[in-house]
Write a protein of this length. Structure first.
Length: 306
């Protein structure tokens, strides 16, 4: 049955200091082992405690599927009551609008009064579908009332590292939005934000959004840097808090290898939120050459011959 995964802004104690990454992985104690099953659907729930010390409204804010599951490798998490697990998150989509936990003062999740003590809860199909319907996800991000912030109006901040390896090399999962029903909307939003940031780089000129004019040279944007060098930028966006992997086309990979230090990946996490994070990765082909990254074919084109 579908699940509710709690991900609060504030942990109530060190005992609840789980290593969750929104849309990437979920960390949980062994008491939920028989509830968290690979392939199961879920929605994220956030309680009332906030980082600023104040209280907010409890709500649901995203959905996805449970991916591969591995045991926490830390020695203290291997046995007994502290035993814990990681599950990867698949096909994550943040809701266009948060869904309140109450409707006219009545909780959407009906159950015992202490049910919200559990970080993982099973929910019936009817309640699960009602949360998705209220989110506006099915209507898409352009639907009336779905207030997605414009890229030029968000507070985007650089991140140290948005690349998160899978626990125990579990594999599976995809942080890119290619398999999302709103992949193009998310991708376009990420490109607009990247262009806005690049246009504000001191000394940069001749900014061209190739993807917006229908060109596919193997990158989305290019510009002249302060030294007059042409820099090519391929943008990757995700609604998750980080990337476990990315997908690139054969054309993009060939361009990355050809242009080396004049080719970059621009990674944007938490797309379509008020506070996305971004990371530049210069010369991604170099990471492959040094075997710091590995590349695997994930799709093949089939042509039909007479």
């Amino acid at each position: 049955m579908p699940l509710i995964l709690t991900q609060n802004e504030v942990n109530v104690s060190d005992a609840h200091n789980w290593q969750d990454d929104e849309g990437v992985q979920y960390h949980y104690p062994t008491k939920y082992r028989n509830k968290v099953l690979e392939g199961e659907r879920f929605v994220y729930y956030r309680g009332v405690n906030r980082l600023n010390g104040k209280r907010g409204d409890a709500h649901y804010f995203g959905t996805g599927r449970i991916g591969s599951i591995t045991q926490d490798p830390e020695p203290e998490r291997q046995t007994g009551v502290k035993k814990a697990w990681f599950c990867q998150i698949e096909n994550y989509e943040r809701f266009p609008t948060d869904v309140p936990a109450k409707v006219d003062g009545i909780l959407r999740e009906q159950g015992p009064s202490n049910q919200f003590r559990d970080g993982v809860r099973v929910v019936d199909d009817e309640t699960f579908e009602s949360i998705l319907e209220a989110s506006g996800l099915a209507q898409g991000y352009a639907a009336p009332g779905n207030a997605v912030p414009q890229p030029e109006n968000v507070f985007a901040k650089p991140a140290g590292n948005l690349l998160v390896p899978s626990k125990d090399n579990a594999g599976g999962g995809n942080s890119s939005p290619r398999h999302s029903r709103h992949a193009k909307v998310i991708g376009d939003w990420a490109e607009e934000l990247a262009l806005h940031i690049i246009q504000n780089i001191e000394g940069s000129t001749n900014h061209i959004h190739r993807a917006a004019i229908g060109e596919m040279p193997g990158w989305d944007l290019d510009y002249l840097d302060a030294d007059g060098q042409l820099q090519r930028v391929e943008v990757k966006g995700t609604q998750a808090a980080a990337f476990r992997n990315i997908e690139i086309t054969a054309n993009e990979l060939a361009a990355a290898k050809r242009y080396g230090n004049h080719y970059s990946l621009f990674l944007i996490a938490k797309c379509m939120s008020p506070s996305p994070s971004y990371q530049w990765v210069s010369n991604p082909a170099g990471f492959l050459d040094r075997h710091e990254w590995e590349v695997q074919p994930t799709a093949y084109r089939i042509s039909f011959c007479m």
